[in-house]
Design a protein around this ligand. Structure first.
Ligand code: AMP
Length: 299
């Protein structure tokens, strides 16, 4: 039985960074998130791909024991084209082709409806809301989003934020969504909408956790070999919720550890294009870097 439900995109990405280029590579928020979560827990995925989606990509997800009964095959796969300049913290979108995602009707399979942990990874906020509507009564819901949805579906996005437990955003998105340059103000505005916690991801500079009375700043990892940061936000989210589902401990202390596990998986992800690093990653690699994170923070 799966212990995390993840809805998001499964994509074919065309990406250019200062270190190379890939075309129609495996990507998507749900892909990265479920892959990352699978190191800790057993994710089930809801998404849609087209008939053009390579079989080998499906096999790769299956090999990590990701439950794909909620993956529909209709029309043409969602395609994202982006690039990074020397500031690798900011993805620039060239093209977003929603394709089969545009008319995708969420149908949560019956046996997923009682899953307790839900990750609403980056996708249309109306599809995120519909997923929650069909679930029985999840214990813990995390949401992620991006500028595309803040620009196009802000009202639906605010509606869904009111119903969840943890909001994940990167710094640029937090400023955009709450109309302020100050991240503390943005986090407080977010908390006023209802979530118990807000996590602001700052790319290679770590992540900030805000709850009602506490604040935690997770270190970043001094990564020398960065090739492609695509999917780091999603792998962070997947690692975060994966660790929480595994331990079933939702204390603030456990959130802090989960943030570091999320950062560990995300930092590995940046070392290569697409899922190329995550597909060979082992739990040993993860634990080793987790210890290095602990050392970085010691003073
Ligand atoms: P990130 O973790 O933020 O780097 O997410 C990267 C992934 O997001 C890529 O693999 C894209 O396929 C996917 N993506 C890009 N644009 C969107 C969008 N508007 N909605 C959902 N997923 C997207």
């Amino acid at each position: 039985m799966s212990d995390i439900l993840i809805i998001g995109t499964v994509a074919l990405d065309t990406i250019e960074t200062p270190f190379g280029k890939v075309e129609n590579a495996l990507g998507g928020s749900a892909t990265y998130a479920s892959f990352a979560a699978s190191f800790f827990s057993k994710p089930a995925l809801i998404s849609v791909v087209g008939n053009d989606f390579p079989r080998e990509y499906i096999e790769l997800l299956k090999k990590r024991n990701i439950d794909l009964d909620g993956l529909k095959i209709i029309g043409k796969t969602f395609h994202w084209e982006g690039f990074y300049e020397y500031d690798m913290n900011e993805a620039k979108t060239k093209k977003t082709e929603l394709n089969s995602l545009e008319h995708f009707k969420v149908e949560v399979p019956e046996r997923y409806k009682n899953i307790k942990y839900v990750f609403l990874a980056n996708i249309d906020p109306e599809q995120q809301l519909e997923t929650l509507r069909q679930m029985s009564k999840p214990d813990f819901v995390v949401i992620d989003t991006m500028n595309f949805w803040i620009n196009n579906k802000k009202k639906a996005l605010i509606d869904v934020i009111k119903k969840i437990d943890v909001l994940l955003l990167n710094d640029g998105e937090a400023r955009q969504l709450f109309n302020t340059v100050n991240l503390v103000k943005a986090a407080n505005e977010a908390l006023n909408l209802g979530p118990k916690a807000v996590i602001i991801k700052k790319g290679e500079h770590g992540a900030l956790l805000f709850t009602k009375n506490k604040h935690f700043s997770a270190p970043s990892y001094p990564l020398e070999n960065i090739k492609d940061p695509t999917g780091c936000g999603d792998s962070f989210g997947g690692g975060f919720i994966g660790y929480l589902a595994k331990t079933n401990d939702l204390s603030e202390r456990s959130f802090r550890k989960a943030i570091v596990y999320g950062s560990v998986v995300a930092s590995h992800n940046a070392e290569d294009f697409s899922l190329n690093r995550l597909r060979d990653l082992t739990m040993n690699d993860i634990e080793k870097r987790y210890k290095e994170f602990q050392d970085i923070r010691e003073f």
